[in-house]
Write a protein that binds this ligand. Structure first.
Ligand SMILES: [Zn+2]
Length: 302
């Protein structure tokens, strides 16, 4: 597979220049006195505070701040991460970029996935929301493995909460009902306790005038306290095809994507892969602009 990196970013200089332009639009804040006016010292690729003269490098305060990799490498990685719906493993990014060491590539990709999650965390879902849980296959930890019964192998499952804004649209003439989805959220649940479900849910939705659809799982008992209306239905074929259609489709798409792209995800990294999947899903109509958005997430998403 070969993807052509845009000609606009063909050198370290062009990537840095672009990054500076984007950072200037957002603004730089001096760490000492929160001053926002700076001189640009090009020879140092740094900002200098007009009040206290302290320096802020172009990377400082961004996702790239403690990385030794070049801007060009970061740009190529951001391009790869946003170029396809499917995504790339760190091994594949390393191969595409022709880098010797794996660890820095792995760390870079995960930092970007974390920034994607931080970015989406700023937004809450609203209106009509489908919610359900999915069990994702993960690599069992050494501990879990030793306590597992023989024959189950080194795999286990992790519980993920998926939420989708899903508006009911009814065709007045035909009476046919469809659901149109907008934004999604996905969160790895620490265990199956109602507490974690509640907190995840409360942080992820806009409380006013929200209607939530779920199945009749017991971990959802408190949800009615946080929303205008909680509609729960017994799981059957209708729930899967209609009421919870989009969460079900998305959970299985995410599972298929992870199996196809990554090799044995550890539980502690599952949220990062979900971040990337949902980030791109939420920006599925952005086209090439997803890359530009990721540059902004790199600046603000630490
Ligand atoms: Zn200052």
């Amino acid at each position: 597979m070969h993807i052509k990196f845009t000609a606009e970013f063909d050198s370290e200089e062009s990537c840095r220049t672009h990054f500076k332009e984007e950072r200037d639009k957002i603004g730089v804040i001096c760490k000492k006195f929160s001053n926002t006016t700076h001189y640009w010292i090009k020879s140092q690729w740094s900002y200098e505070c007009k009040v206290c003269s302290s320096r802020t490098s172009l990377r400082s305060g961004t996702v790239m701040q403690s990385s030794n990799l070049s801007f060009l490498i970061w740009y190529k990685t951001m391009f790869l991460l946003t170029a396809t719906k499917k995504g790339f493993s760190s091994k594949e990014i390393q191969r595409q970029l022709g880098l010797k060491r794996y660890e820095p590539v792995w760390a870079m990709a995960h930092k970007l996935r974390k920034a994607m999650g931080n970015r989406d965390h700023r937004y809450t879902l609203e209106g009509m929301i489908e919610m359900d849980e999915g069990y994702f296959t993960i690599k069992a930890s050494e501990n879990a493995h030793s306590t597992q019964k023989a024959g189950r192998g080194s795999k286990t499952k992790s519980n993920v909460m998926m939420m989708a804004e899903s508006t009911i649209l009814e065709d007045i003439e035909s009476g046919k009902v469809e659901r149109q989805c907008r934004y999604f959220k996905a969160k790895v649940l620490e265990d199956h306790k109602a507490d974690d479900t509640d907190t995840t849910f409360k942080n992820g939705i806009d409380k006013e005038q929200t209607i939530v659809f779920t199945d009749k799982s017991t971990s959802y008992v408190n949800i009615a306290d946080y929303v205008e209306l909680h509609i729960s239905e017994k799981s059957d074929e209708t729930t899967t095809k209609e009421t919870l259609k989009w969460v079900h489709i998305t959970i299985s798409n995410a599972k298929r994507n992870f199996v196809g792209t990554y090799h044995k995800i550890k539980k502690k990294y599952l949220q990062l892969y979900l971040n990337e999947f949902v980030y791109k899903l939420n920006r599925r109509y952005f086209g090439e602009r997803v890359f530009d958005r990721l540059v902004i997430a790199n600046i603000t998403g630490l």
